[in-house]
Design a protein. Structure first.
Ligand SMILES: Nc1ncnc2c1ncn2[C@@H]1O[C@H](COP(=O)(O)OP(=O)(O)O)[C@@H](O)[C@H]1O
Ligand SMILES: [Mg+2]
Length: 248
């Protein structure tokens, strides 16, 4: 098992507030890892730290190591664009550009100097299970797609850049159950090629798709392990209470 993405002794503060405390996590290649925990425990902060999204927060203080295999993600000689090409991100609210479906995918390819012909666009849309639904409407504004389609377009946009890792922050929380299941199916398909880390508040979703689960509580990793162990036989009482829905 090859560790693709990892954090060692990671601490993150915003001003006086320490949000992540001595985090040590490792995400394996071709696996799906779910990050769970109550609101405000630092899940998004952790996910965003991997593609340097705190760079623009002047009060963010980060210590420890974040690595993509052996690459130090905070090595100032590595351009952030390179990191974001190798580590894609999908957000809670689908955020297509105000452009056509075609341009949504072509744009990122162009700015990364990658081929952006129709064959490449088709491949990305197929990989995101969207091609059949949009192949006759590639010039249509992406904002006219349904929420679930927009989210799959954002996934297509990420995979078009041939990333190694895809980070997803509650990608289904704004979607209906049918769209959610479609995205879950897509995520399970994508893990054959990518390493996937997903934040979810949906405990059924974590159990359906994740190989490993990490439970965060108040900025610390409380427990982690194979998903079936975390949900069926958690070691910590706090984990048990959270997955049973006692707090959240
Ligand atoms: N850029 C920021 N500046 C200040 N505080 C932040 C920033 N980002 C997150 N926080 C704080 O960090 C804590 C954890 O937030 P977050 O990582 O979004 O939690 P989660 O995703 O688990 O709900 C919250 O108290 C939040 O207000
Ligand atoms: Mg969050």
């Amino acid at each position: 098992m090859n560790i693709k993405l990892s954090a060692q002794n990671l601490n993150i503060s915003f001003g006086q507030k320490q949000v992540l405390k001595n985090i040590n996590v490792a995400f394996a290649e071709n696996e799906i890892t779910a990050l769970i925990g109550p609101s405000g425990c630092g899940k998004s902060t952790l996910l965003r730290s991997f593609n340097r999204m705190h760079d623009l927060s002047p009060d963010a203080k980060i210590s420890g190591n974040l690595k993509l295999e052996d690459l130090d993600l905070y090595d100032k000689t590595v351009p952030v664009t390179e990191i974001r090409k190798r580590i894609g991100m999908v957000f809670q609210k689908a955020n297509p550009f105000p452009k056509s479906i075609y341009e949504n995918i072509a744009y990122g390819l162009k700015i990364n100097n990658l081929p952006h012909g129709i064959d490449v666009i088709e491949k990305a849309l197929r990989e995101a299970f969207l091609w059949e639904e949009v192949k006759n409407d590639l010039k249509m504004p992406a904002t006219r797609l349904s929420g679930g389609q927009q989210q799959r377009l954002c996934i297509a946009r990420a995979v078009a850049l041939r990333p190694e890792v895809i980070l997803m922050d509650e990608p289904c929380s704004a979607l209906d159950p049918v769209s959610t299941l479609k995205i879950e199916e897509l995520i399970m398909h994508l893990k054959k090629k990518y390493t996937i880390t997903i934040v979810t508040h949906n405990m059924q979703q974590a159990q359906r798709i994740a190989d490993k689960t990490v439970f965060l509580y108040l900025g610390e990793v409380k427990e982690e392990g194979p998903t079936s162990q975390i949900f069926n036989n958690p070691k910590e009482e706090m984990t048990m209470n959270y997955i049973k829905g006692s707090f959240g």
